[in-house]
Design a protein around this ligand. Structure first.
Ligand code: TYM
Length: 328
């Protein structure tokens, strides 16, 4: 039994990369572990958010998690901002993190590119709040997609630094990425990761896409210059990415899929892939809509989660405050 934790931003679109990178891995884990899944609304505001849209997206994300099979009786499901200990610990950890460390974060470099001096402190400081998210619950395992590995490593470094100074206050978390699907690539550009902040929605399959949109996006997805269907991520990244997606949604191995398309071209492969995505997506979309109909229930679930999380978080905070010499 391990303490497992992950979180996602409620910034509009959730795409299949988010689903397979971070939501699905929790489903098996929730049976035998202490699971925590939350919606990082305070991370989302590091870039401008429309308040009404943010409110909607928090409920939407909650509905998606439930639709995916997250059971709020097995997984503590909550909203980050409802547990103020996250920002409190974030502040304290700021005092144990170096500017140089944050300057090295590739996500910050990507997101701040071209913004010059007018990039927010929040965006810069974002990984420290994430470290607080993780360390607050004595987390042992953090399942994430590949793009978050560097942030989890920073959380480990901060925890070790703190422990070296004060003794064993924090548990050192381990990152866990899935073997296949930890980094789905853009459908329009297989050299870039599938991203919700991509310029074109053609980059990703959103969990809200209609069957027609899925078909269109797969039909126009970039392929390689060769026409055979083989799994070779190094030399044929575009088709390898599509095969990975096919494998994830159909639960077949890439070898099996490759065998089925021997001697066939991209046409039938793409038609079948779009159909497989839609078959997988339809029940998730139906359940999401069902959960969204009962907003009170969603709020009750988030309330229950926040209460449970707060109790745990406060225990850690008492230990931390005591340790650093804050009079209680
Ligand atoms: P976010 O909201 O950007 O992404 C949520 C999760 O989806 C994964 N992901 C992907 N996985 C596979 N292929 C992709 N193309 C892809 N794109 C995104 C991400 O790796 C992530 O696991 N900072 C985090 C949220 C966070 C967090 C935490 C995570 C805040 N506190 C504590 C773990 C623990 C983020 O912005 O994720």
């Amino acid at each position: 039994m391990s303490r497992v934790l992950t979180a996602l931003q409620p910034s509009g679109v959730l795409h299949i990369g988010n689903y397979f990178g971070a939501i699905e891995p929790l489903l098996d884990l929730q049976e035998h572990n202490e699971n925590h899944l939350f919606i990082v609304d305070y991370h989302a505001i590091t870039v401008p958010q429309d308040p009404a849209a943010l409110r909607k997206n928090i409920l939407y994300a909650t509905a998606v998690y439930l639709a995916a099979g997250i059971d709020p009786n097995k997984t503590i499901l909550f909203q980050q901002s409802r547990v103020p200990q996250h920002t409190e610990l974030g502040w304290i950890l700021n005092c144990f993190t170096y500017m140089g460390e944050l300057e090295r974060m590739t996500q910050f470099k990507d997101k701040s590119r071209g913004k010059g001096e007018s990039v927010s402190i929040g965006l810069f400081d974002y990984p420290v709040l994430m470290a607080a998210d993780i360390l607050l619950y004595d987390t042992q395992v953090v399942p994430v997609g590949e793009d978050q590995v560097q942030h989890v490593e920073l959380a480990r470094d901060i925890a070790k630094r703190f422990n070296n100074r004060f003794g064993e206050v924090f548990t050192i978390p381990e990152v866990r990425i899935r073997q296949s699907g930890a980094r789905l690539m853009g459908l329009d550009d297989p050299t870039k990761k599938m991203s919700k902040s991509a310029e074109s929605p053609r980059s990703y399959i959103s969990l809200q896409d209609s069957p027609e949109e899925v078909e269109k996006k797969i039909k126009t997805a970039v392929t390689d210059s060769e026409s055979t269907i083989v799994y070779d991520p190094e030399h044929r990244p575009a088709i390898a990415n599509l095969l990975t997606i096919y494998s994830l949604v159909s639960k077949k191995t890439t070898e099996e899929i490759v065998m089925n398309y021997e001697g066939k071209g991209y046409g039938p492969f793409k038609t079948d892939l779009a159909a497989a995505i839609n078959t997988w997506l339809q029940p998730i979309q139906e359940k999401t809509l069902m959960y969204l109909k009962d907003e009170d229930q969603l709020r009750r679930i988030l309330d229950m989660g926040a209460q449970k999380a707060k109790e745990k978080a406060e225990k850690t905070m008492q230990r931390v405050r005591q340790t650093i010499g804050i009079i209680l």
